[in-house]
Design a protein around this ligand. Structure first.
Ligand SMILES: Nc1ncnc2c1ncn2[C@@H]1O[C@H](COP(=O)(O)OP(=O)(O)OP(=O)(O)O)[C@@H](O)[C@H]1O
Length: 362
């Protein structure tokens, strides 16, 4: 297994890129640590596949270097990179049995027969394929075939990393959940460096120790699920992660306070101190629905809102409210009193963040 490091790696599919918008990947400088389980999360077109292809060697980056364990692999072709890859759709040989399919990557490398058999059985047991080892792959369902693809990705223990490109797309929803758990168990046991591409936040947050969030060709945050939840480094992370996502309230510096746009609500520190010196930037307060609660009385850090809807969603209540032109969502405990037409929503200073031009301040 290897550490994979990107030193100012950028990629453009255009011949003469000039502006940042010409780049599918803007300069990246970060590393997947050896043995870590990572999710690469972002919407369609943000550059996930481009980055994966740069790791596997299918694509040469237009700029920067890629290092595996301190060795520069930027110019190496895929065959020399020692990467296992699992794609969206099964890549298996229909004419072979399940066991032969699983053994294929090991046979290719000339491993002794006994070692191959041992490893095939081990992987088959992990993925609940043991009872069908002798069956021909052509007779299997799409789910089962994709499990074999996963198995073929996991079977070698000498790879630098295993890359999964939305591997559960064709899998039945119930089995999806089981397989995610399985992959987690497999990782805990073998500590491969895993990179799992997805546009689904649930998949990313349940599978990964750390999540790399991409947006418009940029890595906007690399952090644990908890860090992404509590301190989104970019407004996109706040919006994309969480259900519903973070509330954003546009605001501006006004004398000795922060004025929320379209209202007469003024707030002081800690937001005022953070906003000073950022006069030219687009300022927003960001607060997750989970960190708002109803206060019995107005105060210097409460928002006077008009409640428009309260939904009882079992273990919590989802409140929708208006503050001037802005809509705010708050998640309240199931046993919290139901707010009536008007309410005061309290902002917890440590959980109400300031963003300047979309990026976290402080
Ligand atoms: N071969 C190519 N030639 C030109 N532009 C490309 C090529 N491949 C990708 N792009 C562009 O590069 C950007 C990033 O694409 P990429 O496929 O890496 O995104 P993605 O996050 O993997 O999206 P998806 O989840 O839809 O696969 C997009 O704007 C895409 O249109």
């Amino acid at each position: 297994m290897a550490e994979i490091r990107f030193a100012d790696v950028a990629h453009s599919y255009r011949a003469n890129p000039k502006a940042p918008a010409d780049y599918a990947l803007k300069p990246l400088r970060f590393a997947f640590e050896n043995g870590g389980a990572y999710a690469l999360l972002g919407p369609s077109g943000c550059g996930k596949t481009t980055l994966l292809n740069i790791i596997s060697g299918l694509l040469q980056p237009s700029e920067g270097r890629v290092w595996f364990d301190g060795i520069d692999v930027t110019g190496l072709p895929p065959a020399k990179r020692n990467i296992a890859q699992v794609f969206q759709f099964p890549v298996i040989y229909d004419t072979m049995t399940v066991a032969e399919n699983l053994a294929f990557p090991l046979r290719n490398r000339g491993l002794p027969k006994a070692d191959i058999e041992k490893r095939v059985v081990e992987v088959a047991e992990m993925l609940d394929l043991a009872r069908m080892l002798k069956r021909r792959a052509s007779r299997l369902t799409a789910d089962e075939k994709q499990k074999i693809s996963l198995g073929r990705g996991l079977v070698r223990d000498d790879v630098a990393a295993i890359l999964f490109d939305e591997p559960l797309t064709v899998i039945d929803p119930h089995l999806k959940w089981l397989l995610r758990r399985k992959l987690k168990e497999v990782h805990a046991r073998f500590r491969h460096t895993l990179v799992y591409v997805t546009h689904d936040q649930n998949e990313a947050l349940t599978f990964a120790e750390k999540v790399v969030v991409m947006y418009e060709g940029e890595v906007v945050q690399l952090g644990t699920p908890q860090e992404l939840f509590e301190r989104p480094a970019h407004r996109f992370v706040g919006y994309f992660i969480g259900s519903p996502g973070m509330n954003f309230l546009p605001c501006r510096l006004a004398g000795d306070g922060i004025l929320i746009d379209g209202t007469d609500v003024m707030l002081g520190d800690p937001w005022l101190a953070r906003a000073r010196g950022r006069e030219g930037a687009r300022l927003e307060l960001g607060v997750r629905p989970e960190f708002l609660h109803v206060s019995t009385a107005p105060g210097p850090t409460t928002l006077p809102v008009a409640v428009t809807r309260v939904e009882d969603l079992g273990n919590y209540k989802l409140v929708t409210a208006r503050l001037g032109p802005h809509e705010i969502k708050a998640k309240l405990d199931e046993d919290a009193p139901v707010p009536t037409a008007t309410a005061h929503l309290a902002l917890a200073p440590q959980h109400t963040l300031l963003y300047a031009d979309g990026r976290l301040v402080g």
